[in-house]
Design a protein around this ligand. Structure first.
Ligand SMILES: Nc1nc2c(ncn2[C@@H]2O[C@H](COP(=O)(O)OP(=O)(O)OP(=O)(O)O)[C@@H](O)[C@H]2O)c(=O)[nH]1
Ligand SMILES: [Mg+2]
Length: 604
């Protein structure tokens, strides 16, 4: 089964509890919290990024579990996960209720005709509102046109953190036994035909330091034994005969060697050098490839290329176009929802994905590997439908204290958001649901958090394509742009900080065309942050100046990507995130700006 839910509703925590209670660990074993979030970035961000599988035993039954990410940008991982399972465990937070990604994952599960077990999690929360949340879930099933059979799902109430489950909302339960029982009753054992030729679908890839690339497969029909020849049905339609050199199954967190596996097993196979996701392993005498895995189209793109700034090569080790291209190609192999396209520049590529976070995570991983990159502004991907340009529209759900309804409504109205629904939970908090062009969401998060003093919650997920909504307001402020190369000075920054907020501190290297701050006014301004004080006889104390200099605003990668406009980009290195103009030369920028203005005026 796959565990699906909105972000942070407690999927990975529930998997932890299931592992513990099925005896996967020794009682004195030192395992951290949320063991399935095993990559560095996952632990740091506290979210799941990659879908992963584990297995627990209950009674005589082995239950394969796929833990999926809840963040909308990693929806491709959920879709891939659903091709491996016979049922889903839909988790909903007892206080937050269904949110945009709950709708997305449930829609995918219903489309795949998978049986659903509903888990209402976090019933221990003081603000739990179980009855209403249940009504909302039923509403969601109806909204998604679930048939009668699908809507008769069993409900289990859980406190995943304490490892307790119960069939009665009023009772806390003592362990997860009730959940296991419902799962075994509701989710059928793998269905297969006796004597059907082998079919195993490659649904994920991994690598082992000992045996190289591993293909993770779900066996649908037939059996596979170690050393056996199989027909490898490739993406290009060709069929190759290969030998399965190593065969593993998952037990808790370990891969253990297996001699023979059958329908329902999730296996890892070595020996297929450049296998890709979606290919089939079949019977060599009767090869029948399974249908390819289909996932939703990407909705956002940005350019990624070599670092062309004057400071390039200082902080990173991987600088060349060739290295970047081969790294992007590697990423494509394991990530079904990404695409990489050439651009008119030989050293820059267009990377397409599901959202800003997904793209930012890729850049973040690359910079940690030593890459230096130039990253362009994220752009939505439009599509021609019946000869008309259409753009992606997102469904947004926000939770805010009542007091901010006014400012937040205004914020979204400027970006062509349409309010669909507003509910007041009577707790001082309201939930608003809107539809908004994806373009309008780029950069909204920072402003939204400022307007709601950091209290607001915002979630969004792709909903549909709609005809182009016309021009949208972008960043209202201009940039403070360095007009020369050199180190910044106290003296210069002290007077510049009056103009807006600065991104650099004293004694930092800047270059012509680099953005050193946000201008309070609407236009860009070229300034000199390297100016030295004229030497005079009057002494002043430096410590006094230090106090008066406001600490610089350090933009993290995601914030930088949100901040920039069309004619700007981000320079990313292992240690620095710098903002810059695409055209560094002041005169060149002037020419481009007046050209853009002329074409706007003439309506071209
Ligand atoms: N109070 C309470 N907190 C819980 C419960 N289950 C999980 N949490 C907390 O909720 C937070 C999110 O838990 P995760 O297990 O990472 O959620 P997730 O659904 O895996 O999140 P993503 O994979 O990023 O979508 C953590 O801080 C957990 O400790 C619960 O039953 N009660
Ligand atoms: Mg998780």
């Amino acid at each position: 089964m796959a565990i699906v839910a909105h972000v942070d509703h407690g999927k990975t925590t529930l998997v932890d509890a299931m592992l513990w209670q099925s005896g996967a660990f020794r009682s004195n074993q030192d395992v951290g919290e949320r063991v399935m979030d095993s990559t560095d970035l996952e632990r740091e961000k506290g979210i799941t990024i990659l879908a992963k599988n584990t297995a627990v035993r209950h009674g005589g039954v082995k239950i394969n579990i796929i833990d999926t990410p809840g963040h909308a940008d990693f929806g491709g991982e959920v879709e891939r996960g659903l091709t491996m399972v016979d049922g889903v465990l839909l988790l909903v937070d007892a206080s937050e209720g269904p949110l945009p990604q709950t709708r997305f994952v449930l829609r995918k599960a219903l489309e795949a005709q998978l049986p659903v077990v509903l888990v209402v999690n976090k019933i221990d929360r003081p603000d739990a509102r179980v009855k209403e949340v249940l009504d909302e879930v039923y509403g969601l099933f109806l909204d998604l046109d679930a048939d009668e059979h699908q809507i008769e799902f069993p409900i289990v109430y859980c406190n995943a953190r304490a490892g307790r489950a119960s069939l009665d909302a009023a009772d806390n339960g003592t362990d997860l036994e009730p959940l296991f029982e419902v799962l075994l009753e509701t989710i059928p054992a793998p269905v297969y035909e006796d004597g059907h030729p082998l079919q195993a679908l490659v649904t994920n890839l991994d690598a082992s330091p000992y045996v190289g690339r591993l293909a993770l497969c779900r066996v649908h029909h037939g059996t596979i034994s170690r050393g056996q020849p199989v027909a490898w049905c490739r993406a290009d339609g060709s069929i190759e005969r290969v030998k399965v050199t190593e065969l593993y199954v998952t037990e808790a967190l370990d891969r253990v060697p297996a001699d023979q596996v059958g329908p329902g097993d999730i296996i890892a196979i070595a020996g297929l050098a450049d296998v890709t996701i979606g290919e089939t392993l079949a019977d060599p005498d009767d090869a029948r490839p399974l249908p390819v895995i289909r996932v939703d189209e990407p909705s956002l793109s940005m350019t990624v290329g070599v670092n062309t700034s004057p400071l390039s090569g200082r902080e990173g080790t991987k600088l060349t176009a060739r290295l970047i291209k081969s790294r992007l190609d590697t990423e494509l192999v394991g990530n079904v929802s990404l695409r990489v396209l050439p651009t008119e520049r030989p050293d820059t590529w267009e990377v397409q994905g599901r959202g800003e976070l997904q793209l930012a995570v890729l850049v973040e991983i690359m910079r940690r590997e030593g890459f230096e990159l130039t990253v362009g502004k994220p752009q939505v991907l439009t599509r021609l439908i019946d000869g008309k340009v259409h753009e992606p529209v997102e469904r947004v759900s926000i939770d805010i204290p009542e007091d901010y309804i006014g400012v937040v409504t205004q914020l979204f109205a400027l970006r062509k958001g349409r309010l669909e629904n507003m509910t007041n939970h009577g707790t001082g908090w309201v939930r608003m649901e809107l539809l908004i062009p994806a373009r309008g969401l780029i950069g909204v998060r920072t402003e939204f958090l400022t307007e709601t003093r950091g209290t607001g919650q915002l979630h969004h997920v792709f909903d549909r394509f709609e005809p182009w909504h016309g021009e949208l307001r972008t960043r209202p402020t201009g940039a403070l742009v360095a007009d020369r190369t050199g180190p910044t000075t106290f003296y210069a920054l002290l007077s510049l900080q009056e103009r807006g907020s600065l991104f650099v501190g004293p004694a930092e290297d800047v270059y012509e065309g680099m953005i050193v701050g946000e201008n309070a006014r609407g236009e860009d301004m070229d300034i000199n942050p390297t100016k030295e004080r004229k030497v005079t006889n009057i002494r002043s104390s430096t410590s006094e100046e230090l106090v008066r200099l406001v600490p610089p605003r350090q933009l993290a990668l995601e914030q930088a990507l949100e901040f920039i406009t069309e004619d700007e980009c981000v320079e990313v290195t292992p240690t620095k995130v710098r903002l810059r103009k695409v055209a560094l030369d002041q005169a060149e920028r002037g020419r481009r700006a007046s050209q853009a203005k002329r074409s706007r005026l003439s309506g071209v």
